[in-house]
Design a protein. Structure first.
Length: 406
């Protein structure tokens, strides 16, 4: 007898009435799939499941709205709710409504804190089986969702969809205050919080909406949130705190990565040049320097980049966006690196020093150009007269001799 709630003798409320039922049930434990569809070769645990599946091929239960075929009348009835907008299942705690009763069950665990699906490797628990299945790929290393453009792989389909926007340039999340668009919803939330948190609510309707959307308050810092799940994620920031510098993080894994910046640990090493990195993602980005791969392409001018952040900075050339502003003179920049370099003009800091003559510079590229004075290297050559120069600026000025430009 199997060690579960089902009694094969027929003496319990979970009675299995026939030998066939007993055989079907046992496959839930053995994961054996004996019933195969002759049309698509998909396998099933029971004859009932196979029969429902075959109805999809036969088109027996077909939606008149979109033509989708379902396996049973009940499946078709549930599917029709997506067209009608009907959500008959309501949460008694927060009033949120759902199309499926199973979704309400999963949602209710957010309020109760129940997490019945537990990882047998690390003990981490989840509210639904799908989340556990996604989590298991952390241990197995499986990444079944692959980008057809750059071959980058992901553990979850949602992550792949977010990634595809890097290639398509799609930014569906638009700020209602300044009209700047973002690829992901959390980027829009961070943008609003950092730039528009003190924006005045314009209308009575906006005010009502604002009050309703920020009904969940953090008991630690009194910050307001639009949903219970967002508040729960935020509470982790108070939970995962670095003992070295006091910085807080939303997850245990992000804290672990941050701690490596204090320990100096860099477990990911480049096999080509030996350079080491704190994160595996940084190693992947670095690897493209050696391979020459540039999978991130601008849809406006077709210029390609080896990392997504370079594409993001480049796109501001086309949009004119300059979100990084100097607090001293209000000059704006398209990327944080340019702002950091500019700030050194105000502070007088020149951290890049020549080891030959001790001359100092604001930025590393200026030091690199200067070093050619000592080495004699002149990599920038005129295509007309072959005269060579140590920096591109000097070559550009020289070219005016040939073009007559002043």
């Amino acid at each position: 007898m199997l060690s579960c709630a089902v009694d094969y003798t027929g003496e319990s409320s979970f009675e299995v009435k026939t030998e066939a039922d007993s055989s079907d049930h046992s496959r839930l434990h053995t994961r054996e799939n004996q019933y195969t569809c002759t049309q698509c070769e998909k396998c099933f645990l029971s004859t009932g499941a196979l029969c429902n599946h075959m109805n999809i091929h036969r088109g027996k239960y077909k939606c008149t709205e979109c033509g989708r075929c379902c396996g049973s009348p009940s499946d078709l009835a549930v599917h029709r709710r997506f067209h009608s907008g009907e959500k008959p299942f309501e949460c008694t705690v927060c009033g949120k409504r759902f199309t499926l009763s199973s979704n309400l069950v999963y949602h209710s665990r957010i309020h109760s804190g129940e997490k019945p699906y537990k990882c047998y490797d690390c003990g981490k628990a989840f509210t639904d089986s799908g989340s556990l299945k996604d989590h298991m790929r952390v241990h197995t290393g499986e990444k079944p969702y692959k980008c057809h453009v750059c071959n980058k792989a992901f553990t979850q389909n949602g992550n792949l969809k977010n990634h595809m926007r890097v290639h398509t340039g799609e930014k569906p999340y638009k700020c209602s205050v300044c009209n700047i668009s973002f690829r992901q919803s959390y980027q829009l939330k961070e943008h609003k919080h950092s730039l528009h948190i003190n924006c005045e609510v314009k209308t009575e309707a906006d005010s009502s909406d604002h009050t309703q959307k920020n009904q969940y308050t953090c008991s630690q810092c009194e910050k307001h949130f639009s949903s219970w799940t967002t508040l729960c994620r935020h509470m982790n920031i108070h939970k995962y705190k670095c003992t070295e510098c006091g910085r807080c993080f939303g997850s245990k894994s992000n804290l672990a990565i941050h701690r490596q910046s204090h320990s100096g640990e860099k477990p990911f090493q480049c096999t080509v040049c030996g350079r080491q990195f704190t994160r595996s993602a940084s190693l992947v980005d670095h690897g493209r320097i050696h391979s020459g791969e540039k999978p991130y392409k601008c849809h406006v001018c077709n210029k390609s980049f080896n990392v997504s952040r370079s594409l993001n900075s480049h796109m501001r050339v086309h949009t004119g966006e300059r979100p990084y502003k100097c607090s001293v003179c209000n000059k704006s920049f398209s990327d944080s690196g340019s702002l950091n370099h500019h700030m050194k003009l105000h502070s007088g800091e020149k951290p890049y020093k020549c080891h030959v003559c001790n001359k100092s510079f604001y930025v590393s590229r200026s030091l690199n150009s200067h070093m050619r004075v000592h080495t004699g290297e002149r990599p920038y050559k005129c295509s007309v007269c072959n005269k060579a120069f140590c920096d591109s600026g000097s070559l550009n000025r020289h070219m005016r001799v040939h073009t007559g430009e002043r």
